[in-house]
Design a protein around this ligand. Structure first.
Ligand SMILES: CC(C)(COP(=O)(O)OP(=O)(O)OC[C@H]1O[C@@H](n2cnc3c(N)ncnc32)[C@H](O)[C@@H]1OP(=O)(O)O)[C@@H](O)C(=O)NCCC(=O)NCCS
Length: 331
């Protein structure tokens, strides 16, 4: 829809908990080794939230940094969106908890559930509200404490996931302004939703002793099949973003993809025809942080002096569902 507005990033911030779980730590917990993890995933360590630290706390740290970067106060916000699969609790949503921790009240608060694609989904929701002129300043946070949903006896999943949060403040700009978000594309393929699940805790399998005995409160995954889908859907989403904006891949300065496995990122770069050096990789330090991974990688890219204002950025995500999405913007 053509309106007088588009959205752009006013400020960014991220937060990683202090505690680190390294590959050599994992060697002591399951039958694995540092070399296998590095070679098959690219991950070297992950950060884990401390006892008593909740998803809303990670959100708060990342938000405070994003507000500072945007030179705004929490009272400037019109809407809070949190992308997460690991909320503080099922109800109320974590966005309302964050609102309270920010010391504000009244503005709408919504959790977006689209697993690892959640941040791109939330970005798209924010963009629609800004384009229509409904809201001016929107906080989006991708945040996860995944280590509490992981079985540290399952070597295929426990090596992958970590905790963290990344926040963006999106604000309104003129449609004709040279920077800002050009498009978002969202997709989902529910028919392969069983490839990556957390079975218990919903209306289908409420918590019980049997759930705990069977380990249904942990994530379960068919890794090899997800890998195949991830490469295909992320490549397609990237192509869609460029085609709809009549942009060539050479015009993209940086690709910021969901950080699941470095081999997935290399494969997407190859299929998409973009040099590996133009892909931001942060998973060495963080592992897969699901909905937090894109804003964490973006923030790391900015802090390392790679991503600069005015550059063309392509964002690509995939996750449980299987959901996927892309976004194209000039930062
Ligand atoms: C999980 C993943 C790292 C496994 O890598 P892979 O190359 O596909 O490995 P495979 O599943 O083919 O397993 C190869 C062997 O390594 C073993 N293996 C699995 N995990 C291991 C570990 N942590 N340490 C050592 N060996 C391991 C397997 O048992 C298998 O052994 P076998 O050949 O004797 O049967 C990879 O498939 C992946 O990253 N998938 C995507 C997962 C993902 O992104 N999930 C989240 C979605 S957002």
């Amino acid at each position: 829809m053509r309106t007088p507005f588009r959205s752009k990033i006013a400020g960014i911030g991220s937060y990683l908990p202090k505690k680190i779980l390294s590959n050599s730590d994992l060697e002591k917990m399951v039958e694995t080794n540092d070399q296998w993890i590095r070679e098959r995933t690219g991950i070297e360590r992950r950060h884990l939230a401390a006892e008593g630290e909740y998803t809303s706390d990670l959100c708060l740290h990342a938000t405070e940094r994003a507000l500072q970067d945007a030179k705004m106060n929490s009272s400037d916000l019109d809407l809070i969106l949190i992308a997460t699969s690991t909320p503080d609790q099922v109800m109320p949503n974590t966005a309302t908890v964050l609102q309270h921790k920010l010391g504000i009240s009244g503005i709408p608060c919504l959790d977006v559930s689209a697993a690892c694609s959640g941040f791109v989904y939330a970005l798209s929701v924010a963009d629609q509200f800004i384009r229509t002129g409904t809201y001016k300043n929107i906080l989006i946070v991708g945040a996860e404490i995944l280590h509490r949903m992981v079985n540290y006896k399952d070597r295929e999943t426990c090596i992958l996931f970590g905790d963290g949060a990344g926040a963006w403040i999106m604000t309104q700009t003129d449609f004709d302004s040279p920077d800002g978000l050009f498009s978002t594309h969202l997709r989902a393929n529910g028919e392969v939703g069983d490839l990556f699940i957390l079975p218990a805790g919903g209306s289908k399998i409420p918590y019980s002793q049997e759930v705990l005995d069977k380990g249904q409160h942990y994530v379960m995954m068919k890794g090899r099949e997800i890998f195949r889908h991830a490469v295909r859907t992320m490549t397609e989403c990237c192509q869609l973003a460029l085609k709809s904006n009549s942009i060539q891949s050479e015009q993209v300065d940086w690709v910021v993809p969901h950080q699941a496995n470095v081999r997935i990122l290399d494969s997407v770069a190859e299929h998409f025809g973009i040099p590996k050096e133009k892909v931001i990789v942060s998973l060495r330090e963080t592992g897969n942080t699901s909905a937090a991974s894109i804003p964490l990688a973006f923030d790391m890219g900015v802090r390392e002096g790679k991503i600069k204002r005015g550059q063309m950025i392509l964002i690509a995500a995939f996750g449980a569902g299987l959901t996927s999405g892309s976004a194209l913007m000039r930062y």
